[in-house]
Write a protein that binds this ligand. Structure first.
Ligand SMILES: Cc1cc2nc3c(=O)[nH]c(=O)nc-3n(C[C@H](O)[C@H](O)[C@H](O)COP(=O)(O)OP(=O)(O)OC[C@H]3O[C@@H](n4cnc5c(N)ncnc54)[C@H](O)[C@@H]3O)c2cc1C
Length: 410
């Protein structure tokens, strides 16, 4: 906030100016504000991640969209570039950083319009890191960090989305194995997934949260396991979303996540907070890019003999969008800082997911409108950004469910 505040003295003016000059050359979209959690090491990491994403992934987006999944080799490339599992400790193959490193990767991917499921990979790694045994961590995390093993989270079912307690997939213990039966819906990264965190009913199938466990499925050449073709979505088609089928799939009993059955629901609730913050990070990155692109478009486009920017409506709309983007950024940065010090509560992360993704869709719609008919053409980045944004209000818990969570705290 400092660089945008009103200085109280000439000394403050000088300090503000120096801060702005020192930082603005690093900032992507002309803002003088810098996230307080950024530092020199994160700038260097951002620069490497940005270069890799722009050189290696951005040019392949059209093909990925067409085929509806990222190229298989993208995972190993991303692993080599160091953008997978950046906040998992080095002893398990990760980057040894913090959530700030993950936020940098998510921002750079979102700004480049590149989607390939990196945040899902990281989410799976965090389930394993938080609840896995030493052996599970050593077996799966290094391979996930290298991109050799792609992860997916399979919670949703056709009749159980928001209401996760209603899942029907079962994992019955038979000797030293779990036998899984059921179907999962909307699994991100499902197409290439080789390690899947499956929410299942265990034990005597008792109803409610205590009957749910997370069972890890290693899906390489596994009898009874099948994944459907990537679903055709409104946006984000370069990142696959699949159905999964488990017919008498047998996995070692040691693949249970956690020390006992019945902990799956509370594990999901704990980890969803991380996922929601990740969604919020992507939301603001997209919004900032949209406002910058639309501002540039409005300055270049002529209507009735004048620049589109010369109309008060355009300036006011963009002023509103920029203000909302900045308010959102400051709120998000506060959430990130609190997360980094382990003091972000579930209610605030639900607020961030809900408010920032609602703002994202609202602002993207205004930005598209300012592009006129061109905003509806997929060749214009704003059109794709608008379509890609819509799902943000739906996954990782719908925004209505976020409001329920927030309301419970009233
Ligand atoms: C692109 C994409 C990727 C996804 N990735 C994954 C993934 O990797 N893994 C995974 O497990 N799932 C994934 N999902 C699923 C996603 O999490 C669910 O779609 C979401 O939780 C909503 O469930 P649903 O679709 O069954 O909608 P429903 O639960 O049927 O909801 C329908 C509507 O009812 C509203 N509603 C529901 N309950 C309430 C309530 N109590 N009060 C008020 N309103 C309510 C909802 O907000 C929504 O508007 C993905 C979905 C998409 C579209």
């Amino acid at each position: 906030m400092q660089a945008t505040g009103t200085p109280a003295s000439s000394q403050d003016v000088s300090n503000c100016t120096q801060r702005s000059v020192a930082k603005s050359h690093e900032l992507p979209y002309g803002s003088s504000y810098e996230s307080p959690w950024m530092n020199a090491e994160l700038h260097a990491f951002r620069s490497t991640a940005r270069k890799f994403i722009h050189t290696e992934f951005a040019p392949r987006q059209a093909r990925w969209r067409e085929q509806r999944y990222p190229d298989a080799d993208a995972w190993m490339q991303a692993g080599k570039a160091g953008i997978l599992l950046p906040d998992i400790p080095r002893e398990f193959g990760g980057g040894g950083g913090t959530f700030a490193h993950e936020a940098v990767v998510l921002e750079e991917l979102a700004r480049a319009g590149v989607y390939f499921g990196a945040s899902t990979q990281n989410a799976v790694a965090h389930y394993i890191f938080a609840y896995g045994s030493e052996q599970q961590k050593r077996s799966w995390l290094p391979r996930m960090a290298r991109g050799e093993l792609v992860g997916a989270v399979a919670m949703t079912e056709p009749l159980a989305g928001s209401d996760l307690q209603s899942i029907k997939t079962t994992a019955h213990r038979v000797g030293d194995r779990y036998v899984l039966n059921g179907m999962k819906m909307f699994v991100t990264d499902g197409f290439h997934a080789k390690i899947i965190c499956v929410a299942s009913k265990t034990g005597n199938g008792s109803a409610g949260p205590k009957g749910i466990s997370l069972v890890m499925v290693e899906a390489d050449d596994l009898h009874g396991y099948r994944v459907g073709q990537p679903l055709e979505k409104v946006g984000m088609n370069q990142q696959d979303t699949c159905e999964m089928y488990f017919d008498d799939v047998r996995v070692p009993a040691s693949n249970l996540l956690g020390t006992a059955e019945g902990k799956g629901f509370s594990q999901m609730m704990e980890q969803l907070s991380y996922e929601r913050l990740s969604v919020a990070v992507g939301a603001i990155a997209v919004v900032e890019r949209a406002v910058a692109l639309t501002t540039q478009y409005a300055k270049e486009r002529t209507v009735f003999g004048k620049s589109l920017m010369d109309y008060q409506n355009t300036r006011f709309k963009l002023a509103e969008c920029k203000t909302q983007a900045h308010v959102g950024r400051v709120f998000l940065d506060d959430c990130i800082e609190r997360f980094l010090t382990d003091s972000l509560d579930d209610v605030t992360s639900a607020m961030a997911k809900c408010w920032l993704t609602d703002a994202q869709c609202r602002i993207l719609d205004e930005c598209l409108q300012l592009h006129g008919g061109y905003g509806y053409l997929v060749d214009y980045p704003i059109a794709r950004m608008w379509a890609d944004s819509r799902v943000q209000r739906i996954y990782a818990g719908t925004n209505e469910i976020m409001k329920e969570l927030i309301a419970w705290s009233l």
